[in-house]
Each structure stands twice: as C-alpha cells, then as structure tokens.
Ligand binder design. Structure first.
Ligand code: FES
Ligand code: FES
Length: 179
C-alpha cells in the first residue's frame, strides 16, 4: 500500500528540493544552492562560515541567532535560508571589518562590560543596532520589549541595559538633554 500524501504535496520519498538563492550578506553578493529545509542559521554558519551568529536554544527563545534582514532583527533558527532570497542581510561580522573602529553599539557593550562569556552578545548587538537605526529614539517600553527576546545566562542584564542606553544616548542624545 502506498504512503498517503496530501493533495499538492510530493510523495514522502521525494528527494529534498533545492533552490538557487541570491542575497547580499554584509554588503557582498552571495548566490547559493540550498535545500528547502535549510535553516538560515545553518546557512550562515556552515555554508558561509559566519559563526558569529550563535545558536543556543534553536527554537526561537534565546535570541542568540539574531541577524538583520532588510534592517529588521530576525531569528535565524526560525527562518529558512530560502526566505532570505533577495534580501540584504547583516551579521555581527559585517558591523566592523578591515580594522575599522567598533560601531557605537559594539563600543558601548565593550565600555559598559555588557558581556561575560559573549555567547548572547552577537544577538544583542544586532537588535541594539536596529534600535539605533530608527528615525526617532524608541521609547523605553519598546526597548524593553525588544530586549526581552534575548536571554543572557551570565551578566544579570544590568550592564547590557547600560550598554544599550549608552548606544541610544550616543545616537539620539541623552533623553534629559533633549526634553
Ligand atoms: S538559537 Fe535562535 S532564538 Fe535561540
Ligand atoms: S554573556 Fe554569557 S550568555 Fe550572555
């Protein structure tokens, strides 16, 4: 008896479908053949060697795997590589290259000691980078909401919050001074 298959779906024995995707990664054009089921996190880490994007929980809870896809933070463990086709993708490796100075966000994490083991840091840095690229300073509730999607096992969060505050102050001016 043959295996039942939902209408419109290939039989279960069908080989994995492959797709050609083109996207921009850290300013460089990339074209690759990817399986339908390949996660964006695996594509970045194993195909492109961009291991700065960390994988922790691998089911959307910890935020360590966050990158910017068309300027928006996304969790690469919940995103398929094919979904990035045509997009402009930025990883932590793309923030500072070729000996250029740290970005204000990276510098803030360094100066405020916003990391210990550093496992969560790339995800935080990418989300914080997105927060500093808005037209106006995001309010405290928005910042807290976006940071709530990141977990850190080491720092107790105070220094991370201080780093984010420093980066936002540098980008938009201190809140007290602008009111
Ligand atoms: S590894 Fe993606 S959210 Fe934890
Ligand atoms: S610094 Fe270790 S998990 Fe955040």
């Amino acid at each position: 008896m043959s295996t039942p298959t939902a209408p419109g779906l290939p039989p279960l024995s069908e080989p994995t479908a492959w797709h050609t995707i083109s996207l921009t990664v850290n300013g460089e054009p990339v074209t690759a053949q990817v399986e339908s089921r390949l996660l964006l996190s695996d594509f970045l880490r194993t195909r492109l060697g961009l291991t700065g994007t960390h994988t922790g929980c691998e089911h959307g809870v910890c935020g360590a795997c966050t990158v910017l896809l068309d300027d928006a933070p996304v969790r690469t463990c919940l995103t398929l590589a094919v979904q990035a086709a045509g997009a402009e993708l930025r990883t932590v490796e793309g923030l500072t290259q070729d000996g250029r100075p740290l970005t204000p966000v990276q510098r803030a994490f360094h100066e405020q000691h916003g990391m210990q083991c550093g496992f969560c840091t790339p995800g935080y840095v990418m989300t914080c980078t997105a927060l500093t690229e808005r037209a106006c300073r995001p309010d405290d509730d928005t910042v807290a909401d976006e940071l709530s999607g990141h977990l850190c096992r080491c720092t107790g969060y105070q220094n991370i919050r201080a780093a984010v505050r420093q980066a936002l102050d540098e980008r938009y001016g201190q809140q007290e001074e602008t009111s």
